[in-house]
Design a protein around this ligand. Structure first.
Ligand code: 13P
Ligand code: ZN
Length: 279
């Protein structure tokens, strides 16, 4: 019989953490990752945990004002607060946790992991509220929420107006693949104190429209149907931001770019629905 770290979704989760670390997206404990387990994955984990008493029920948000009833009773794999992505592959059982939500979606209990104590990421409220929105909108297809601190994207939030349209256009214009990979654009949350309900509400509202939400002067949240796509979105957007900042740093005024007509043509070619408000 397998152990928890050998389960396929746990292996993929750990692999994303290592890739994110190798790309420099996770200084110290920066960033976090969550995965909404399928019922089959939850029962496979539960079978392996037979006889292990669960930890006590704890408020999802330390202030006790977050509820995700749409995910009541569901199980999640999540990084721990203050844990380093670099250490996840090295010592998974102390860095990440499987958490079960109660039926009301207000409390969780650790079923496996965080063996030295601690709690899930301080952004657990954002992760769960985003997953709740995506579960409803995609009929359970989108199960991964990935948050990182990529440097060029953060730099861009100092020079591009913090508006969905400005940010989307600036990113799309850097690389032809961008409107293929995120045809719906990106949302932008103004600077907010991280870790609480307020930023979780603002982010999950934007997740109704977007799969990628920028946090000004902080980082990016990606929602995806697989670990590969979550990392793919993070990498693409960071690469686009790098190109944007390189062009800016050249001190030269761009001589050319992609037009609205061009974006529409890309949408048509690749089946992406380019929103009219961005043209
Ligand atoms: P955690 O260590 O609590 O996940 O916090 C890291 C982070 O990136 C906060 O936004
Ligand atoms: Zn962060």
């Amino acid at each position: 019989m397998k152990s928890i770290p050998e389960l396929p979704f746990v292996r993929e989760f750990i692999r994303l953490c290592s890739i994110g670390d190798s790309l420099g997206f996770h200084e110290r404990n920066g960033g976090n990752l969550s995965y909404h387990m399928t019922p089959a994955e939850a029962s496979a984990a539960s079978a392996l945990l037979k006889g292990r008493p669960p930890c006590p029920w704890t408020d999802v948000d330390p202030k006790g004002d977050v509820a995700v009833p749409g995910l009541g009773g569901e199980w999640f794999l999540v990084t721990g607060s203050g844990k380093f992505f670099r250490n996840v592959a090295y010592d998974a059982e102390s860095s990440i946790a499987i958490c079960e939500l109660d039926q009301a979606g207000t409390h969780y209990r650790v079923r496996w992991g965080l063996c030295d104590g601690g709690r899930p990421t301080s952004e657990f409220s954002s992760h769960l509220m985003n997953l709740e929105v995506k579960d409803r909108l995609t009929d359970g297809k989108v199960r991964v929420i990935y948050h990182a601190h990529p440097a060029h994207l953060i730099a861009m939030t100092y020079v591009v107006p913090l508006k969905d349209r400005d940010f989307t256009r600036a990113l799309w214009n850097t690389m032809t693949e961008c409107p293929v990979i995120f045809p719906e654009g990106v949302g932008v949350v103004k600077w907010m104190v991280p870790g609480g309900r307020e930023v979780a509400v603002a982010t999950s509202k934007l997740m109704e429209r977007y799969n990628n939400v920028v946090w000004a002067h902080h980082g990016l949240f990606c929602a995806a149907d697989s670990f590969d796509n979550a990392m793919g979105q993070m990498e693409t957007i960071e690469k686009a931001a790098k190109i944007y900042m390189l062009v800016l740093a050249s001190g030269r005024k761009p001589l050319t770019g992609i037009t609205s007509k061009g974006f529409l043509a890309i949408g048509k070619m690749y089946g992406g629905d380019i929103p009219k408000r961005f043209l």
